[in-house]
Design a protein around this ligand. Structure first.
Ligand SMILES: [Zn+2]
Length: 264
């Protein structure tokens, strides 16, 4: 079991280092396959300086050529992806169940999309449309496959609950955006709300919304307390919605009894 979780972790580290690059290259519409280079001196990064976590530590966070500081975003995203992949392997994967193979693969994909969206929104205050489309496709391909492989009556199926959850969250955000004239959140958040609501499904959208707004409020208060922002300045909402979605997904697996409250 432990070697198995470690493999998921290492796989996550490798994917995480790719996601870092993706968040940059989506913005500049660069090719996704080119070699990575230093943003400052444009020198190509050597393969041995591109090892997740280890290279950052060995280089002490500086470029080998020009000694420009490398952003903390890189090791943090790698670590986060590694940990989330390991948790997915531990809580969702079971070798004997075909459905769990599908669910694990899907979850690794959707988590990767979520990480890119959160990083992108933090950097540029914008939700990247192409990642939204990919995650919407991922969730509905999975929900439809789930419906086909594990037949259940449509109106109690995960597909229907997912669609309902997506529609309710998106509808709620739509009203917030519409009434606030995009002051509280943007149109990108409405689409992301649809994806997040579809991922957790109907009863769980309650803890999802509670967690997302709760985390957002705490971060907002901390930012004000430390004088970073005043009440009027905008805070990217996608990272909170995504954190809320991920925490809901895993908590439901870790403490099923905690969540039975929402289902009854
Ligand atoms: Zn450099």
């Amino acid at each position: 079991m432990i070697t198995f979780v470690i493999s998921f972790f290492i796989f996550g580290l490798i994917v995480g280092s790719f996601l870092n690059v993706l968040a940059f290259r989506l913005r500049d519409a660069e090719t996704l396959l080119g070699k990575s280079f230093c943003r400052s001196c444009k020198n190509q990064i050597r393969w041995y300086d591109n090892i997740p976590l280890i290279s950052f530590a060995l280089l002490r966070g500086l470029c080998r050529d020009c000694e420009t500081k490398i952003s903390w975003q890189y090791p943090l995203v790698e670590m986060l992806t590694g940990v989330l992949f390991a948790l997915t392997g531990y809580f969702f994967f079971s070798e004997s169940s075909m459905l769990s193979w599908l669910e694990t693969a899907w979850l690794l994909g959707i988590l990767s999309c979520f990480i890119v969206i959160a990083v992108y929104d933090l950097k540029y205050m914008e939700v990247p449309l192409n990642m939204l489309i990919i995650s919407a496709l991922l969730i509905y391909v999975f929900l439809i496959a789930h419906f086909v492989l594990a037949p259940e009556p449509f109106f109690v199926s995960r597909l229907w609950y997912g669609f309902l959850g997506g529609a309710v969250v998106a509808g709620f955000f739509f009203l917030l955006v519409f009434w606030s004239r995009e002051k509280w959140m943007g149109w990108g958040d409405v689409w992301l709300g649809f994806v997040s609501g579809s991922v957790v499904g109907v009863p769980l959208i309650l803890p999802l919304l509670t967690l997302s707004f709760g985390l957002g409020a705490i971060a907002g208060l901390l930012a004000i307390a430390y004088g970073d922002k005043n009440l009027k300045s905008q805070i990217a909402f996608a990272p909170f919605l995504i954190s809320g979605t991920i925490v809901t997904l895993f908590l439901e697996r870790i403490f099923p009894s905690l969540f039975r409250f929402f289902i009854l």
